[in-house]
Design a protein around this ligand. Structure first.
Ligand code: NAD
Ligand code: KPL
Length: 306
């Protein structure tokens, strides 16, 4: 039986982590790169390298640009939230009638924007807690074990190809409520990441700012109730404190983005919570103030503030 090819759009950290594990399991994978220059750079290498537990393994995964003409039946979108819509627009004409599109973006907002653009496709949202970073071009380090929740809205049946994720050793579960998982992760990120940027600290150092964290969690819980996500609010402060303790030595992803002069996903994290609260007339003064402080911090460093 011929397998459906996994087209991976965005050969960054998470895209490479998925692509290499799928390829390692013998599944057909294609990388989709943004232009001919990137394709030439990739083709000058032996392939894409996965660095797991200090072991490096390179996979000669075929690549193409967005403008190749091969039809796409299954697309994994692994760009940042702010790039997803534009990237998918470039390949939308290649999607088949029954295409499935997996959206790996953190936060909320980008998934709905992509889904609205490709109404004929089945969009599957993924909430990932796995960790990866690039140590060099075309090489990814698997830095943190985690989990992937997958689901769609309205909720459909679990796709049969979940078996392929199992085969590839990608930890996952299909969920009837992907929105709750995405909101919960977004709330965790909003309670931790902006504060680590503003206080210029590792996650663990937020233990010295316990009052601020507590106030934020209380308000996030309130907003989650307002937007019909009470499940995502349950035990939020406890979990935030656990994550802070468990990742005490780490710098949050937003801290790392700012430290390295990269654009953040603020619009899809704090920005999304504040915009949703405003739409619902739900008071969120602490979150709004935090967003303004973060914007000021980004402006001072010449970084995009959305
Ligand atoms: P990344 O910046 O490492 O990779 C994104 C890739 O997309 C880059 O290679 C970029 O060149 C490519 N890209 C952007 N626009 C493109 C286009 N138009 N055409 C083709 N390629 C394009 O980002 P990442 O860390 O892999 O994160 C991806 C998403 O996953 C983010 O929303 C992030 O928050 C989320 N996430 C990441 C991790 C992690 O550990 N890296 C963990 C959980 C969630
Ligand atoms: O996901 C995270 C991040 O850094 O983006 C954690 C570790 C949960 C902190 O919010």
């Amino acid at each position: 039986m011929s397998r459906v090819c996994w087209h991976v759009l965005g050969a960054g950290s998470l895209g490479s982590l998925w692509a290499t594990r799928l390829a390692r399991a013998g599944l057909p994978v294609r990388l989709i790169l943004r232009d001919e220059a990137r394709l030439a750079a990739y083709n000058a290498q032996a392939g894409l390298t996965l660095n797991e537990n200090g072991q490096r393994q390179t996979f000669a995964i075929p690549a193409q640009t967005v403008s190749a003409d091969e039809p796409i039946q299954r697309l994994l979108v692994a760009c940042k939230a702010y790039d997803a819509e534009h990237a998918v627009a470039a390949v939308a004409h290649r999607l088949t009638d029954r295409a499935e599109v997996l959206l790996l973006q953190n936060g909320l907002g980008s998934q709905d924007a992509v889904a609205a653009m490709i109404p004929g496709a089945r969009c599957i949202f993924v909430s990932s807690t796995e960790g990866a970073y690039r140590d060099e071009d075309w090489s990814v380090v698997f830095a943190g074990q985690g989990f992937n929740w997958l689901g769609d809205t309205p909720q459909g049946a679990a796709p049969v190809w979940l078996d392929e994720l199992k085969q590839a050793g990608i930890p996952h579960q299909w969920t009837a409520d992907i929105a709750e998982h995405l909101w919960r992760k977004l709330a965790l990120n909003c309670a931790i990441n902006p504060l680590t940027v503003l206080h210029q600290c590792r996650n663990g150092e937020l233990q010295a700012h316990a009052e601020e964290v507590t106030a934020l969690c209380a308000e996030l819980g309130h907003v989650l109730h307002c937007c019909g996500q009470p499940g995502a609010a349950e035990g939020l402060l406890d979990q935030v404190q656990q994550v802070i303790a468990a990742t005490a030595a780490n710098y949050s992803s937003m801290y790392q983005d700012v430290a390295q002069g990269r654009r953040t996903e603020i619009r899809y994290l704090l920005g999304h919570v504040c915009a949703t609260a405003a739409t619902l007339d739900c008071p969120a003064p602490t979150l709004n103030l935090l967003r303004l402080r973060l914007i000021e911090h980004l402006n001072a460093r010449g970084l995009p503030n959305d």
